[in-house]
Ligand binder design. Structure first.
Ligand SMILES: NC(=O)c1ccc[n+]([C@@H]2O[C@H](COP(=O)([O-])OP(=O)(O)OC[C@H]3O[C@@H](n4cnc5c(N)ncnc54)[C@H](OP(=O)(O)O)[C@@H]3O)[C@@H](O)[C@H]2O)c1
Length: 291
C-alpha cells in the first residue's frame, strides 16, 4: 500500500494507515455550497482510497450536505475497511457562520442527516464536536450522543475540540474511539491532550494539520518562514514537512489533511515516505514550544 510507510494504528477496530483525509475543502468557498469542479472532488476521494487512506473525516455541515454527498457519490459502497468519521454538534447559519447544534434533538437530527447523505445504516464513529456557548453542558451532550449509540445510529463516540479534562470526564462514561483537535507544527496548543491520548492509546486526528489553524502557539511569521526554509533544506514541500513532523511526533497521531486537488493529495500522502533528519526535527520541535 503506497502510504504504508506512515505506519498504522487501530481506529474503530480496524487497522488503518496513519494518514487520513478530511473532506472539508471539497465544498465551495467558505465551506459553503458546491465546489466549482465536483468531478475533481470525487477524483480526490477515489485517489485517496486508491493510495491507501482508510480514515475519512467528514460532517453533514460541510456545504452543508455537499461533502457527505460527494463522499457517497465517489465511494459508496464503501470499502469494508474504510472508517468514515462524522462530527455532530455543529451547524451552519444562512450566512455560512458556524453555530453550535449540541442539543439532544439537534445531535439526533445531525446523525440522521449524515446517515441519509452517506447512505449508511450506522455511523462508524461520530465525534462530539464541542463548541462553547451553546447553553448545553458537555456531559449532557455526550449522554445524548451515547443514546444514539444505544439506538444504533452511531457505532462509536469520539471527541473533537475538547480539553484534557473533558476527555477524562468522557472516559468515565464511555470508551473514546478517537479525538480530533487542531494540532500542527505551528499550533501545539493541545499538547496536554495529545499526552493524555498517548497514555490511553487513543488515536488523535489532528485537524488543520498543515497549519491552516488561525491559532499559532508561540509562533508567528518567523516560524512560518522557518518551516519553508526547513522544507527546502529537507528537499520536501511545506505540507510534506508538516505531515512528516506529525507522523514522527507521536504514534497516536493520524493527520487528516484536506485538499480539493488530486495533485495536492498525492503530494501530501507522499509525506509517508519522508524521513527527516534529527537536525530538522529538532528545529521543528523548537519552533513552537508545547502548549
Ligand atoms: N473537528 C473539527 O472541528 C474540524 C475543524 C476543521 C477541520 N476539520 C477536518 O480536518 C481536515 C483538515 O483540516 P483543513 O482541511 O481545514 O486544514 P489543513 O489540512 O491544515 O489545510 C488545508 C488547506 O491547505 C491547502 N493544501 C492542502 N494540500 C496542499 C498542498 N500540497 N499544497 C498547497 N496547499 C495545500 C488546501 O487547499 P487546496 O484545496 O488548494 O489543496 C486547504 O486550503 C478538514 O478537511 C476537516 O475534515 C475538523
Amino acid at each position: 500500500m503506497p502510504i504504508a510507510a506512515a505506519g498504522s494504528l487501530v481506529v474503530a477496530d480496524r487497522r488503518v494507515p496513519r494518514l487520513g483525509y478530511g473532506t472539508m475543502r471539497l465544498t465551495g468557498p467558505r465551506i459553503f455550497g458546491p465546489p466549482a469542479d465536483p468531478e475533481e472532488a470525487k477524483r480526490v476521494l477515489r485517489r485517496a482510497v486508491e493510495l491507501g487512506v482508510r480514515v475519512i473525516d467528514t460532517a453533514w455541515y460541510y456545504g452543508p450536505d455537499v461533502a457527505d454527498e460527494l463522499l457517497a457519490e465517489a465511494l459508496h459502497p464503501y470499502p469494508e475497511d474504510l472508517v468514515v468519521i462524522t462530527k455532530l454538534g455543529g451547524a451552519r447559519g444562512p450566512d455560512a457562520s458556524w453555530v453550535p447544534a449540541l442539543r439532544p434533538e439537534e445531535l439526533r437530527a445531525g446523525a440522521e442527516r449524515d446517515l441519509r447523505l452517506l447512505r449508511l445504516d450506522t455511523v462508524p464513529v461520530a465525534h462530539l464536536r464541542w463548541l462553547e456557548g451553546s447553553g448545553v453542558g458537555f456531559t449532557e451532550a455526550l449522554d445524548a450522543l451515547l443514546e444514539l449509540v444505544r439506538d444504533g445510529l452511531v457505532q462509536r463516540v469520539g471527541l473533537s475540540n475538547v480539553d484534557a479534562a473533558q476527555l477524562d470526564a468522557a472516559l468515565e462514561r464511555t470508551p473514546v474511539a478517537s479525538v480530533s483537535n487542531a494540532y500542527s507544527v505551528l499550533d501545539r496548543t493541545h499538547e496536554d491532550l495529545l499526552a493524555r491520548c498517548e497514555r490511553e492509546g487513543i488515536p488523535f486526528l489532528p485537524f488543520f494539520p498543515l497549519g491552516a489553524s488561525p491559532v499559532r502557539s508561540g509562533s508567528g511569521v518567523d516560524a512560518d518562514e522557518r518551516v519553508s526554509e526547513l522544507a527546502a533544506r529537507a528537499g520536501v514541500s511545506r505540507t510534506q514537512l508538516a505531515l512528516a513532523w506529525l507522523l514522527h511526533r507521536s504514534p497516536v497521531l493520524l493527520p487528516i489533511p484536506g485538499t480539493s486537488s488530486v495533485a495536492h493529495l498525492e503530494e501530501n500522502l507522499a509525506a509517508a515516505d519522508v524521513e527527516l533528519d534529527a537536525g530538522v526535527l529538532a528545529e521543528l520541535d523548537a519552533l513552537t514550544p508545547p502548549g
